[in-house]
Ligand binder design. Structure first.
Ligand code: RNT
Ligand code: ZN
Length: 414
């Protein structure tokens, strides 16, 4: 292993790339790990409630977490196998409380055990109001509902979610991103496209009317092109939220599954960040639709990482993951997804970007092509293994042995 790394170091060195520096930078990049892969987006507040809002977790692999303690235990197992220090991304429905509360009653105290746990484990937290899987979202409309009592309920929920996000940020001494996504939309062609968007804008204006401390809290808004049940019209479209984020100095959220299949978020990052200060990513893998498959090391993931690294845009980007596969071991799903995000970032960090930018500016597209292709054949895997070793994380398939043992000892006993 050491020898493999030495060879890789020399080969990258010949291209002017410092592998140690690449690893140091990679170590500093936090990934926001979504808690909802661990229990198929069910949460703890309303466990009898089906997953709605047009998102689906298919499969019935055994071992899903059913309690906050189980979810924490599973996350901890995944984190043992992931290099670096990261953040956990919670939804409101993951409150840890014995009280029977509805979403318009959530308070920081209902999430205090997550804060204690995050402190114990050196983690940050991110947050989301949960505007789906609830009787009051059954009409298909929440923040853009024409029913004032429904709209008011969700406005109150989102206001409270922001306060909880701010509490996370203050307690943990690092910024919490609270991301709003609502499923609102029509299955079939609407008559009035403007009305719901006016109501969504009004709701957001109400939600964001209270200014929170920007050192500890960041608001983000997530768009979508369509969902199951909202095929013809989604209130919170790309144009709607991008314009709203720019006009109101919020972060915009790009989810890899929320665009037409020929559109890629890697090509949107540089435009969005010219007009917003910060960006939230929901890195996902849409297979034919917004299917939220586990992130693999494919071309688009690499292109996303390249965009973040080449112009240091990662410094203004919060890298969150968003997938939920219930057909495989859920702890392995987390590890594979986070590893792949990190591997893509590492590969981008191992690129002689300045030289390649020069080729491009000089119109030397032959060299650009040759370098891009040659980089695919460079020994980045040896650098990854070295990174795992330096981070005290098992290399190669050893992490998977640990998961199989965990499945036997813990998951299969549930
Ligand atoms: C849905 C959005 C949203 C959710 C999570 C659970 O299409 O991507 O981000 O997946 O909030
Ligand atoms: Zn998302």
């Amino acid at each position: 292993m050491k020898e493999a790394y030495q060879i890789a170091k020399e080969r990258y060195g010949a291209l002017g790339v410092d592998t140690d520096k690449a690893m140091d930078l990679l170590e500093q990049i936090k990934i926001s790990i979504h808690c909802w892969q661990g229990d198929d987006v069910i949460g703890f507040l309303f466990q009898d409630q089906a997953l709605t809002g047009g998102i689906q977790a298919t499969g019935n692999y055994p071992g899903a977490a059913h309690t906050p303690d189980q979810l924490k235990q599973d996350l901890k197992q995944a984190l043992r196998l992931i290099p670096g220090k990261h953040k956990i991304n919670l939804h409101s429905t993951y409150a840890d409380t014995d009280e029977k509360i509805d979403l318009d009653q959530i308070e920081p105290k209902h999430y205090a055990s997550w804060v204690d746990w995050a402190k114990e484990n050196g983690l940050g937290l991110d947050f989301n109001p949960t505007c789906f899987s609830h009787p009051k979202s059954e009409s298909g409309f929440t923040l853009s509902s024409a029913d004032e009592s429904i709209r008011g309920f969700w406005v109150e929920h989102c206001k409270r979610a922001r306060k909880i996000g701010e509490y996370f940020g203050k307690e943990l001494g690092q910024k919490c991103v609270t991301n709003i996504w609502v499923p609102d939309g029509y299955k079939d062609i609407p008559v009035d496209r403007l009305g719901p968007r006016m109501r969504l804008k009004q709701s957001l204006d109400e939600i964001f009317s209270e200014k929170l401390d920007s050192r500890y809290h960041l608001d983000a808004v997530e768009s979508k092109v369509f969902g199951i049940g909202s095929e013809s019209y989604v209130t919170g479209s790309h144009e709607f939220y991008l314009a709203y984020a720019v006009a109101n100095h919020l972060a915009y959220t790009l989810d890899a599954g929320h665009f037409h299949p020929t559109e890629y978020i890697s090509n949107k990052i540089s435009s969005v960040l010219l007009f917003t200060n910060e960006l939230l990513l929901h890195v996902s893998r849409p297979v034919r639709w917004d299917s939220d498959h586990v992130v693999i090391l494919d071309d688009e993931l690499q292109e996303i990482a390249n965009e973040l690294i080449r112009n240091a845009l990662y410094q203004r980007t919060h890298i969150g993951l968003d997938f939920f596969d219930a057909s495989i071991n859920r702890v392995a799903a987390w590890v594979v997804g986070v590893h792949n995000m990190q591997k893509a970032l590492l590969r981008a960090l191992l690129e002689p970007t300045d030289a390649m930018k020069r080729f491009e500016l000089e119109g030397d597209y032959t060299s650009r092509l040759v370098y891009l292709e040659q980089l695919k054949a460079m020994p980045w895997q040896a650098v990854w293994d070295e990174f795992c070793e330096r981070s005290n994380v098992p290399c190669g398939l050893a992490w998977f042995d640990e998961i199989k043992q965990y499945e036997k000892d813990v998951l299969s006993q549930r």
